[in-house]
Ligand binder design. Structure first.
Ligand SMILES: CC(C)(COP(=O)(O)OP(=O)(O)OC[C@H]1O[C@@H](n2cnc3c(N)ncnc32)[C@H](O)[C@@H]1OP(=O)(O)O)[C@@H](O)C(=O)NCCC(=O)NCCS
Length: 248
């Protein structure tokens, strides 16, 4: 299972004429000066008890400047952000909550090819696509192989009303027509996060998910060739990305 090609998962906005999301969306690594624009996005997409504040956003950017990515409109409005950090499977397994995994400032593990997606926020599906497309060559060049993340399951509360005695992890794994029943798990499945790793109670504040989190894993496309990609110049990988994503 690999992360879906951005080209395949592209959902075009009707008001956007370009065939390539990155034609009208600027994607780049985040800088401390982006915090104000990011705060607006956080407030738009997260409840008050979930949203990161200025200090947290700045700390993520400072700690992981090559793993903090933003997509912006021409006028500077932030359309989407993705914050990641390196993580080991031991850290992931021993973490009870999202906060344990997302904590910034812990010394980065020496040798890991895995990342944890601290947060993804978006008001524009094309911008998310553009972010994954942007990151892919950098991930190959660095040797990152997979990304874990903790997803809400916003359909769980309603499902539990009709299935009060069935554990949440049954819902997490339930499928309809071959896709996860839960809308957000389905969203991530379509983005390539097809492997369900764990169902964690009390994972983060999210009422509709009854505060459960689903830990998911997505493989970075072609990362099995990691030793080779490290030798390939980044511009070549960026060129390869354009070629590959146009072919699929
Ligand atoms: C999840 C998120 C990043 C997706 O952003 P996006 O790529 O711009 O995509 P959209 O919001 O247009 O959603 C795409 C589809 O997934 C579905 N989906 C995604 N998250 C969902 C959720 N929490 N509840 C219900 N449906 C959801 C949408 O209904 C939509 O379906 P549609 O195409 O049939 O309308 C964005 O909705 C967001 O920022 N949410 C709040 C923060 C969050 O939950 N982040 C992820 C936590 S790890």
């Amino acid at each position: 299972m690999t992360m879906a090609s951005p080209r395949r998962s592209l959902q075009k906005r009707p008001d956007r004429e370009s065939a390539t999301p990155s034609d009208s969306i600027a994607v780049r690594f985040l800088r401390p000066g982006d915090v104000e624009a990011l705060i607006t996005l956080e407030k738009a997409k997260w409840d008050q008890d979930q949203a990161a504040d200025r200090t947290e956003l700045a700390a993520r950017i400072q700690a992981y400047p090559r793993l903090s990515i933003g997509a912006f409109e021409t006028g500077g409005t932030a359309l989407a952000s993705l914050f990641m950090k390196p993580i080991t499977t031991e850290e992931l397994d021993s973490a009870a909550t999202w906060a344990d995994c997302a904590r910034v400032g812990t010394p980065p593990p020496d040798a890991t090819g895995s990342l944890f997606g601290i947060s993804l926020s978006s008001v524009d599906a094309d911008a998310v696509t553009a972010i994954f497309e942007f990151f892919w060559p950098h991930a190959l060049k660095h040797g990152w192989r997979d990304i874990y993340l903790g997803s809400p399951m916003p359909g769980l509360r309603a499902w539990k009303r009709t299935h009060p005695n069935i554990p949440a992890d049954v819902y997490m794994r339930e499928k309809r027509h071959g896709f996860p029943r839960d809308p957000q798990l389905r969203y991530y499945h379509n983005k390539g996060f097809k492997e369900i790793v764990a169902c964690k109670p009390g994972y983060f504040p999210h009422a509709a998910s009854l505060h459960y989190g689903a830990v998911l894993r997505g493989h970075i496309p072609l990362s099995a060739g990691a030793p080779l990609w490290r030798l390939v110049p980044l511009p070549w990988l960026q060129w390869m990305r354009r070629l590959l994503f146009r072919l699929v």
